[in-house]
Design a protein around this ligand. Structure first.
Ligand SMILES: [Zn+2]
Ligand SMILES: [Zn+2]
Ligand SMILES: [Zn+2]
Length: 271
């Protein structure tokens, strides 16, 4: 399975165009893997998680044709993950040669947001409201939404994705997983976990709302103790912010001793 990281930043992106902190200034000088757009991942060019404001940039930069997209999963409705006004460009008259509807999955706020912004057209969009821990079969995978610890005013979701015999945990945005999610994960055998690492060094093993470096390390420890991950399972950190005070190489340095990989924009892996 091909897994393509389209964006790997938190809400502001790196460099934040409105910021002159040392990370943003250094990123402007160095470019490369330091430049991060808002977070999204696409699996086999057909299943995508989240629809950030950089979807246009992702498509142009990595030459992706979103008409091939079959399923779109939305984690929550913060502006760096959810842009219904942008997806409007797929409607009849704006987009041509679209042969099948895009199936969109999300919580009630996400589905409601799409309904309000995009006129109903079953040839272009089919919306599915999903609930935590209730498995669904999509066109491309078997998916179970899990509870995140992120925004107390919204049922923010993570996704457990079973595709082509592989088990993947899509784990952002979230702090330390809620107990119900940990319980559900027990007995699973992950091939890959993609984890939130919005923070740098917080000196907090179980940070709330977003994970930090220490929380990602603690998650890995519990995965090992509870045998939630396969022997050769991989952990990849993503959703970084300039406020962490680290460039790409700083995150690599922090995670390398623990065999945790650091995502960057345009990174493609195969599992
Ligand atoms: Zn976010
Ligand atoms: Zn900055
Ligand atoms: Zn968020």
């Amino acid at each position: 399975m091909k897994i393509h990281f389209l964006g790997t930043a938190a809400a502001e992106g790196i460099p934040n165009p409105h910021c002159t902190c040392s990370v943003c200034e250094e990123t402007r000088k160095r470019g490369g893997k330091n430049i991060r757009s808002r977070t999204s991942v696409i699996f086999d060019d057909e299943l995508k998680v989240d629809d950030p404001p950089d979807a246009f940039y992702h498509a142009v930069r990595d030459q992706i044709n979103f008409t091939k997209l079959k399923d779109l999963l939305i984690t929550h409705t913060h502006g760096d993950h959810f842009t219904p006004q942008d997806l409007l460009n797929r409607i009849e008259g704006f987009a041509h040669g679209v042969n099948a509807p895009l199936h969109v999955y999300g919580n009630d706020l996400a589905v409601q947001g799409y309904r309000q912004n995009i006129p109903p057209d079953k040839n272009r969009f089919v919306y599915h409201r999903v609930l935590p821990f209730q498995e669904i079969k999509t066109q491309t995978a078997t998916i179970t939404p899990l509870l995140a610890d992120h925004d107390p005013n919204e049922t923010c979701l993570l996704y457990y994705i079973e595709k082509d015999g592989k088990q993947i945990l899509y784990g952002n945005d979230t702090g330390w997983f809620p107990e119900a999610t940990w319980e559900w994960l027990k007995g699973k055998q992950l091939d890959l976990a993609i984890l939130d690492c919005t923070g740098g060094y917080y000196k907090n093993k179980r940070s709330r709302n977003h994970m930090c470096i220490e929380t990602v390390l603690e998650v890995k420890k519990v995965f090992q103790e509870e045998h939630i991950m396969k022997e050769n399972g991989r952990i990849i950190a993503t959703h970084f912010t300039h406020n962490a005070g680290l460039l790409h190489e700083g995150f690599v340095e922090a995670f390398e001793p623990y065999q945790i990989e650091v995502a960057y924009d345009g990174m493609i892996i195969n599992i």
